[in-house]
Design a protein around this ligand. Structure first.
Ligand code: FES
Length: 166
């Protein structure tokens, strides 16, 4: 799925972002803060924004993509309305994080790192969130679920679907 970013509709924010880029332009390693700011502002890194960063920092777009793809914190697609993270840190992995990811894929038809076509769901594997005693851990829109079993997934998703629609 293509995620289009409408520059025309977003001019004020874009102007602000471009001004920010001008302030860091001469800093060493300016690409990283530029990407962080972009993700903070847009929730992901639209392709058009990569081009704007490249233009303002006078580097090639491929260099920006190179940095962005090296760090797992950056996303090139927006998160879903139901933003699901599954911890894949060691404790969670050992206790079955992969089974949770498989079950989520079965239920939602998308894999880790993807967002559904309708923008309703996204799934992401994340590093340790510091709740290892509750492993395996899953987070939906900031709400933490501990000791999750594959058999719990359907019920948890149903609960959240209700919350999202209320
Ligand atoms: S490994 Fe999952 S919370 Fe630490």
């Amino acid at each position: 799925m293509e995620y289009n970013y409408d520059i025309e509709k977003d001019m004020p924010k874009l102007r602000e972002f471009t001004n920010y880029l001008k302030t860091i332009k001469n800093d060493q390693g300016a690409i990283m803060p530029a990407l962080q700011k972009a993700q903070q502002e847009y929730g992901f890194i639209p392709e058009a924004i990569v081009d704007i960063i490249a233009l303002e920092l006078e580097v090639h777009s491929s260099e920006i993509f190179g940095v962005a793809t090296f760090y797992s914190q950056f996303r090139f697609i927006p998160k879903g309305e139901m933003d699901i993270s599954v911890c894949t840190g060691t404790a969670c992995y050992v206790k079955g994080a992969n089974d949770i990811l498989v079950e989520l894929t079965n239920q939602l038809g998308i894999k880790s790192g993807e967002t559904s076509e309708d923008g309703e769901y996204s799934i992401e594997g994340v590093r340790c969130i510091g709740a290892c005693g509750l492993a395996p851990v899953m987070v939906i829109n900031g709400e933490v679920y501990g000791k999750v079993k594959s058999s719990d997934i359907e019920k948890i998703l149903k609960e959240h679907r209700k919350e999202v629609r209320v």
